[in-house]
Design a protein around this ligand. Sequence first.
Ligand code: K7E
Ligand code: CUA
Length: 670
Amino acid sequence: MSTTNTDETDEERPETDDDELIAEHEKQLNDLLAEVEGPDAPEAESTLPSLGLDMSRRGLMKAGAAAGAIGTLAGCSGIGSSGAATDENSGSNDVPEHTVAPGEHDTYYGFWSGGHSGEIRVMGMPSMRELTRIPVFNPEPAKGYGFSNDTSGMLEEAGDYTWGDSHHPSLSETGGKYDGEYIFVNDKANGRVARVNLNYFETDAILDIPNVQSVHGCCIQSPDTNYVFANSEFRTPLPNDGSDINNPDEYVSLFSAIDPETMDVRWQVEVDGNLDIVDSDKDGRWVLASAYNDEEGVEIEEMTKNDRDFVKAFDVPAIQELVDAGDYREKVNGIPIVDGTKASSHNSGDSPVVRYIPTPKSPHCVEVTPDGNYGIVAGKLSPTVSIIDIDKLDTASDPVDTIVGQPKLGLGPLHTTYDGRGHGYTSLFIDSQVVKWDIEAAVNAEKGSEEPILGKIDVHYNPGHIQAVQAMSSEPTGDWLVVLNKLSKDRFLPVGPIYPDNDQLVYIGNDKDDDSGGMELVSDHPVYPEPHDAIFAHKDKLDPARIWDQADYEGEKEYIGEGDSGVERLDDSTVDVKAYVKRSEFGLRDFTVKEGDEVRLTATNIEGSQDIVHGFAIPEYDVHLALAPKDTREATFTAEKPGVYWIYCTYFCSALHLEMRSRMIVEPRE
Ligand code: K7E
Ligand code: CUA
């Protein structure tokens, strides 16, 4: 199977007229790289491969040589073992079948953040078929989300925004393993974190985090989800109430610890610089946050000035102790703010609660290895990644000594993932490649060495996140990996000027001594803009409900059984309407209200069969409930417009689906 099939397409690609822009961009990158590396820095190549660059030559020969050179290291880190290939899949040519036959199921659930679509998308792996979408920050009619009182009320209380920007889905864990209960995900746009219930695949809580504007990094605490952590990326005045607006030095970034049960913020830590991506160690102690603007600049030139930015490592139990003892600076909007700045007294002694570890240069992320030994920070504007030894966070007197390796991997390293066999896979945004490397070899090698590289493949184009199956838990399975490419360029039929992204599936179950290190690119998948990250769990980790359990909403909503339909006038301007629904009828054939009435509608789907969903749609009133079996939803609205309104079912539920109707009659008021 070919993994470097770009030569042909490169030739066919037309020149674009944005050469000037690209040249400018390249110049900026080269300037930045020159600053980091000195005058011998390699020329940065375009982030835009459509220029017709010969992509196949990039770094491959070098990488191949390196892989050969350290072939002897293979034995010491488990390279060459067959790994944990899926048992269900068997194929020829030592890459298992990635398509799934009709009627068969995938091996893994994949949860993709939807980016500025605000949702989570659920795909089967390895087929990459979309199984469903879970609306989170976005009203979405197909699931009635944002249309029933409970869901619209939740969105309203969480700021009443109509969109969000979901980036980092994080699966809840028990004992370091995915427990299939929840996904937590951030909203970069509005500083929120949401919780999705994986029994019903439905968002059940959204927290609008006080004192912060944007939340970029988001992760659960391993191994037991005692907290959810959220990093505010944009520095803002605290509180952002009109004070200090012209005083960027006074702006702050906050690290927030959220209670996953109550979805409240327990405490926040103020730091110097900013905060970006976050990941937890595997022991419930250290949480590592990357940062890219320790210059505390407000302009891009200021933000990229320094050669180093500081990873912040938070000692969570120590911070919790300070909070419990009341040893925090102040409360803002009811939240204890712990001083975690460099000058803080909590950071001056032998056991600082926040350690500041300098890494090059405007790094993009940090991801902890599945064994919990290392946090790996990708350099972005530096061609290196920095390996932080998590045990040393407690013992090293100089934070620089926690960095135990710094291999040079390629241009624009952004994210790293793991196969559980001692390898890192890092996305190279500028090179448009994935590089596979040996983690222990990188710890043993000189800083800046390319020797730990085991192979590279071209991807299409400009990868951001990269995730291997179960790599964020302590039990990665090491067979499949997805590269989330930001650009698709020439990979799909053109669909107008806003292109799909390209998620590429790579098989990583073979550790071969070749140019690619055994990585095999197996498929391309166009995706609607714009996923950032994904997380995968084996199908056995989840056990979703097939139908609703009434007990889960008892006391909050009334179950409307077969004999309970009816209209009850509460006062001159308020009417209760209750109706069951089933194939192919609404419990009320019609109902009458008066112009100006507040209508409080409650509807229950009394079906007991799985997959028989009914819709409750009232045209021109913007009412739409999606009712899964045994589910009850409510909608409250004002009947402002006299007339006849045909209520209909929106899910094709039976042969008499079109006839499944009712009427709302709104009588004019005198
Ligand atoms: Cu790299 Cu928001 Cu995780 Cu996008 S972030 S790529
Ligand atoms: Cu019920 Cu269609």
